[in-house]
Design a protein around this ligand. Structure first.
Ligand code: 5GP
Ligand code: ZN
Length: 112
């Protein structure tokens, strides 16, 4: 998808600090981290938001969680805990219109 910053990262047209990649997802460090660990896990299919997901996209979402487990272990936060956040739409503050999941941890995150 043209003009989508995450599609450009997926196609390596703009740089990012990639921590994991396979056929379904890419994971890279957030540009403006809010915690010691802040990774974005992004399906490689251009899906605008959680509201655009279909049954056929289930494999992307399950893979996000499998990759999150793996990265959490590698980053040493599997035991201490972490948050997986998906912002959907305006009120949630979704700024990039390509579905993505924030993996956040490495400090006490507090209640929402
Ligand atoms: P949202 O608010 O849409 O849920 O999250 C978008 C996230 O993408 C933000 O945390 C922001 O810091 C991150 N972000 C935006 N542009 C870029 C970029 O070009 N590279 C990286 N690595 N992260 C970005
Ligand atoms: Zn995209």
């Amino acid at each position: 998808m043209e003009d989508c910053i995450f599609c450009k990262i997926i196609h390596q047209e703009i740089p990012s600090k990639i921590v994991f990649e396979n056929d379904l997802v890419i994971a890279f460090e957030d540009l403006n981290p809010v915690a010691p660990v802040h990774i974005l896990i992004v399906p490689k299919k251009h899906i605008k938001s959680a509201m655009e997901l279909t049954e056929d996209d289930a494999k992307f979402v399950s893979e996000v969680y499998m990759v999150a487990q793996q990265i959490a272990k590698e980053k040493g936060i599997a035991e201490s805990g972490f948050r997986i956040v998906n912002n959907c739409g305006e009120d949630a503050g979704q700024t990039v219109k390509h579905i993505h999941f924030h993996l956040i941890g490495g400090k006490e995150l507090g209640t929402m």
